[in-house]
Design a protein around this ligand. Sequence first.
Ligand SMILES: Nc1ncnc2c1ncn2[C@@H]1O[C@H](COP(=O)(O)OP(=O)(O)OP(=O)(O)O)[C@@H](O)[C@H]1O
Length: 364
Amino acid sequence: MLRPLTEKRVRDALSTVLHPLTGGDIVASGAVEHIGIKDGNVTLILKTDPQAREVMEKAAKGCETAVSALSGVKSVRTVLTAHRPTGEADNRPPPAMGMKPPAPPPPERLEGVRTIIAVASGKGGVGKSTTAVNLACALKQRGLNVGVLDADIYGPSIPKMLGAGEKPGFTKNDRIEPAVRHGIRAISMGHLVPEDRATIWRGPMVIGAVQQLLKGVAWDIDGDLDVLVVDLPPGTGDAQLTLVQTVPIDGVVLVSTPQDIALIDARKAYDMFDQVGIPVLGMIENMSQFVCPDCGSKHDIFGHGGAVATAKEKGIEVLGEIPLAPVIMRRAETGTPIVLADPGSEIAARYGEIAGRIAEQIDA
Ligand SMILES: Nc1ncnc2c1ncn2[C@@H]1O[C@H](COP(=O)(O)OP(=O)(O)OP(=O)(O)O)[C@@H](O)[C@H]1O
């Protein structure tokens, strides 16, 4: 009878792998942060120091080989999280009072990816992911090669919105193979991080995993990407700040609802990108007006025009307004965004115009 694949069996297999720095068993050294098992697919999360990344990548391969040899294993994926090992002091001098901590070195450009656009919001739930997938589809309709990276670990929804929920596979040369849906290459943090662990992931772990996804995915699987759309986690905290400094973002699209509270956060998001020198391509007012599907009457549920006013105040372009329309939500839930499901609709046309304004700015 086939022995069930348990965490203990995986742990025992991993303990045959040596930690490249301590020389001892990798489990005993405390580097195995998490073992996830689902239907024979194993996810390993290994802690590493940023300086030891290269040697740990080799150790990760060793872990994958050891676990793959177990009966019942269909796939093994390892994620390295680049944060300081527990108990080790941060010896860098603290920034002086009122001074910003030193910025990380500028991120390297990604091979096979011409432009990276981030879709961001200061606040959660404003429709950032919905906007990101519809824009990706509208950019694709312009004949561009488009990819989507769902970096929103706390609410990864892109796979569902694109109907790309299955776990990714690997290419022959061991790169992560993105799912391809509606001609768009997509990968999500949700594929790597077990749902129940996401909320306890600390900023540096998220950043390590996003970096690994960015570099580890075969984005150029079918020719170079013209545009990679990155759905960022909402907010303007330290994690977001460091993340935007580690991803080579060419421009950012801010999404806000017209609500005052969302706009305050949108201003903070603008300031964050401005501070690190990432161009804000413009703002989109989402859920700008509710248009009654029965009678066509318009209702300003969250107010109207607030994002437009904020964009003007900050001197940034208004890329467009998207109404609050139940059909946008329904289409997103069934895995075919409205831009593709109903390309002749007024809403699809609005996304198309916004994509056109973005394409113009990035010269695509
Ligand atoms: N214009 C719209 N009209 C109607 N529903 C919308 C619209 N935009 C987004 N939604 C719906 O609002 C909900 C939140 O959207 P979405 O997940 O895109 O937001 P988000 O800002 O990415 O959220 P989070 O910060 O949690 O990731 C979803 O159910 C989505 O279908």
